[in-house]
Design a protein around this ligand. Structure first.
Ligand code: 4AD
Ligand code: MG
Length: 471
């Protein structure tokens, strides 16, 4: 049904079979009698070697080829005599699909991450971004496979919402009001009655609140969708539009939640290592020359991923984590004290240096966590958990949810929110409330972890960050 792809030919192509293949020219080397053309169609890291004999009728095409041109080749597969490939394609007919120009920006040399981000429309043709996108795709598939296997339903929650799930006020507002002439009420305020939804609405920061409603009907669900955060922070780990996977389980507490997070990460890491052997091996290989794309922390990539996929994660309370940080004798940029949020430097110290493993930190102070987390008996901490991994820091944030009506009302008020706006969320606690728990995994952070890439912009096709919405 579909045409041949380089990946399949490299793997299973039989000598003396006729194939037709299309792709982009990576390199051309001309000799007196023939030319070698390396053609890549995006299906694999390696291209297919095309051998074009000077005697073929369409040889003139070779003279007009440049790096980046698109080409269709028909010919016979032959066992390669050269090193570096098992099989090559001896061209019978060459058809130029699209020529290219001298100023094609992806000439054969190493380009900096910054340069490639400036040509995000062309960078999918590079090895590093091609491999990153392929790993991302395999990772998404592995995630769906995991949840399906464990009886979770894939649900879709709204992208446009009227509630701030995290209560952090980092939402992009959605409006159809004319910003050049904003309708006002008599009191001089913006008249949201006249906005599209007759109220203020936003792009969601998390599908959790809706996922809880679905879990308290379907038992086990997960979302996998885009989420948006208007955080002004310009870091290597934050983007304004990212994808989150949010499982939610009824009849589950924080321990079960941590068990799920561990089993989930281990399974997906193991799966991706298997499915993307070549691409992950490529990410390992570019560490050897300290490629500016990678975070060199922790040494080998594959060995560490295998280890992580097989060793139980460390679990400790926030209180214990603070004690360990204080005992470290380190001088951190942000001071460590009970009651303060853990910063990336603290998270990385714990997982990267102290424990050299993923760590699940639980029972954080209620003061800096969201309103929906279950309040512990000490009245000071909540049943929250963050999963921290080397290189990336926080990869998962989750909790057991507050399932007691009265406590939740108090917590909503305490956070300066209006219980009236959460009537449907509170209803869950009124009618057949159950212990339930879930978490959110930042998809891009997982892909960073799997590839060893150091900037979230390089695991995202067209990243949205403050002041950047090009492409
Ligand atoms: O810890 P967060 O804010 O948790 C929630 O949103 C919960 N409602 C999830 C839940 O319990 N269902 O975000 C979850 C994860 C973080 O651990 C991080 O991996 C990722 O989302 N994340 C980001 N990834 C990229 N860019 C950003 N700006 C991110 N903010 C959070
Ligand atoms: Mg978090």
């Amino acid at each position: 049904m579909f045409a041949n792809r380089v990946r399949d030919i490299l793997k299973d192509g039989e000598p003396e079979t006729k194939v037709n293949i299309s792709g982009w020219v990576m390199t051309i080397r001309e000799f007196p009698e023939f030319a070698f053309i390396e053609l890549n169609d995006g299906s694999s890291l390696k291209g297919l070697q095309i051998v074009a004999d000077k005697n073929i009728q369409s040889y003139s095409v070779v003279q007009s080829l440049g790096t980046g041109a698109s080409l269709s080749v028909e010919g016979l597969l032959k066992t390669s005599k050269g090193k570096g490939q098992r099989i090559e394609l001896h061209a019978e007919t060459l058809v130029l699909l699209g020529g290219t120009a001298e100023d094609y920006p992806l000439q054969k040399k190493r380009h900096s991450p910054e340069f490639l981000r400036g040509i995000a429309h062309l960078r999918p043709r590079t090895k590093v971004i091609g491999a990153s996108m392929r790993v991302r795709s395999a990772c998404a598939q592995a995630i769906h496979d995991f949840y399906r296997k464990h009886g979770f339903y894939y649900v879709h929650t709204p992208i446009i919402t009227a509630s701030d799930c995290e209560g952090a006020g980092e939402m992009f507002q959605v409006t159809t009001l004319n910003l050049d002439s904003i309708p006002k009420t008599k009191a001089g305020e913006v008249d949201y009655e006249r906005d599209f939804f007759a109220r203020q609405s936003y792009l969601t920061v998390s599908g959790q609140l809706s996922a809880e409603n679905l879990a308290c009907g379907l038992g086990r669900v997960y979302t996998f969708g885009p989420t948006f955060r208007a955080e002004p922070s310009n870091t290597t780990r934050h983007i304004s539009e990212f994808w989150m996977i949010e499982p939610e389980m009824a009849f589950a507490d924080l321990n079960t939640d941590a068990d799920l997070a561990e089993a989930f990460l281990q399974s997906v890491i193991g799966d991706v290592l298997e499915r993307c052997e070549d691409d992950i091996a490529f990410f390992e290989s570019i560490r050897k020359f300290k490629s500016p794309f990678v975070d060199m922390t922790g040494g080998a990539l594959i060995e560490n991923l295998i280890k992580v996929s097989q060793t139980p994660f460390v679990r400790m309370s926030y209180t214990e984590a603070v004690r360990r940080l204080e005992a470290s004798g380190r001088s951190f940029q942000y001071p460590v004290e009970w009651g303060a949020a853990l910063q990336t430097e603290h998270e990385r110290y714990l997982s990267e240096e102290l424990l050299k493993a993923p760590v699940i930190v639980t029972d954080y102070p209620a003061s800096f966590k969201a309103f929906y987390m279950y309040l512990n008996d000490d009245q000071k901490t909540v049943r929250a958990m963050d999963v921290l991994v080397p290189r990336v820091g926080e990869i998962i944030g989750g909790s057991q949810r507050e399932d007691r009506y009265d406590v939740l009302v108090e917590r909503i008020k305490h956070h300066g929110l209006d219980p009236k706006d959460y009537w449907w969320y509170l209803d869950l606690r009124k009618y057949g409330t159950v212990p339930h728990a879930g978490f959110g995994l930042g998809f891009e952070r997982l892909v960073m972890y799997l590839t060893g890439l150091k900037n979230i912009r390089d695991v995202t096709s067209f990243p949205r960050t403050p002041k950047h919405a090009e492409f």
